[in-house]
Design a protein around this ligand. Sequence first.
Ligand SMILES: N[C@@H](CCC(=O)N[C@@H](CS)C(=O)NCC(=O)O)C(=O)O
Length: 347
Amino acid sequence: MAGSTPSSEFRVIVYAYDVSPFYQKLKSVLIHLRVSYLYVKVRPILPRPALSDELGITYRRIPVMFLDGQAYFDTSLCSKVLDQTFGGKPGRGTNLFSKEGPLQELLVGHWVDSSLFQLGVGHIPSSLNSSEFSKDRQGFFPGLSLDSKTLESDLPSVKSQLTYHLSKLESLLSRSKTGYLLDSEHPQYLDLGAYFPFNWIRSLGTNPEAFPPGTSPVPPPYPKVTEWMERVRRHLSSNESRVEVRVVKPDEAKSIILSHSSPSSSSSEPIVKEGWLRIGQEVMVTPTDSGRVPQAGRLISINDQETIISISLPTSSQGSATSILAHFPRSNFDVRPLVEGGRQSSL
Ligand SMILES: N[C@@H](CCC(=O)N[C@@H](CS)C(=O)NCC(=O)O)C(=O)O
C-alpha cells in the first residue's frame, strides 16, 4: 500500500512492542480486517512515558489501541470493536464473530488469553528472560514466578500440560471440513486468537516435541494443528501487503488522538441504578487476571459489554483537550469507586 496517506487519516493507533504476543494477536485481527494503522513503539518494560506521562494511562498492559481518538484496553474488546467497525465492509476482511460469536468471546477470553497464554509464558527460554525483565514482571501473574530457574525447572510440566490443549484442538480440527476451528469458510476470531499462543510457543523453540522444526524427520505429533497453523499463517501473509503499518513518534500520535472530539454517553447498567456507582463519579478500573495496575478516571458509562471512563491528561501535557475517553471490557476487569489511599470493598 502506498505510504502517501496523511497520518491523521489513520483511524487506528496501536501502542505496543514487536515481541508482545498480544500485540501479535491484535495485529492478526487488523491484518485480517485489512485495517492500516499507526504504530507507536514502546519499551517491553516500564516506564512507558508515551502512555503514562503524555496520556495519563497507568494501565500497564500492552497493547493499547486507539480508534478515532478513543482508547480501548484488552485485545478482546479491541478485536470486537474493530470487527464491528470494519468487518464485512467493502474492501475489508470478513466478520470474525459471525459463527457462535458469544462462545468465541468466552473461549478466547477465558481459555486462550488466560490458560494458554500462561503456558506460553512457561515456555520462555532463560536466555530471553533477563533479570531486568523478570524484575519488571514480578507479580504480573499472581502466583506465577517468572524467575529463570523456576521457568526452567517447570518446563517439563508446562509442556505436558500443553498436550491437553493440543489434543483438544486436534480432535476439533479432525471434524472440520474447512480446516478452521469452527468449520467456517473464513477464519474466525477463535482461529486468530488460538493461533497466537501456539505460534509464539513454536517460535520460542523450547518445545520441539510438540512443534518439530521443519527440517526434522519426525512427523508432527498433531498434524491437523500443524496444517491449521499453516492455513492461518498463509491467510495472514496473503492479506499483509494490503495493510500499512506506519511507525510514528508518540508526539504525532498524541496530537492525532487529541484532535478527535469525544462524544458523551449514558448508562443503563443495574449496578449504577442500584447506587453502587454513579455516572460522573471517580472510579478505578483494574484487570483481575494479570498486570493488576488500576486506571483511574471519571465514569461516563457502564453496560454489560464495557465500561467507559474519562481519563484526565496530566496537567503538563494538556492543550485544548484535557481528557480522553477509554473503554474497558466487563470480563476480567473490576470497577469500583476510587477511594483516597486505599481500595474499596469488592463489587
Ligand atoms: N488480556 C490482555 C493481556 C495483555 C498482556 O498480558 N500483555 C502483555 C504483553 S504480551 C503485557 O502487558 N505484559 C506486561 C507489559 O508489557 O508491561 C489483552 O488481551 O490485551
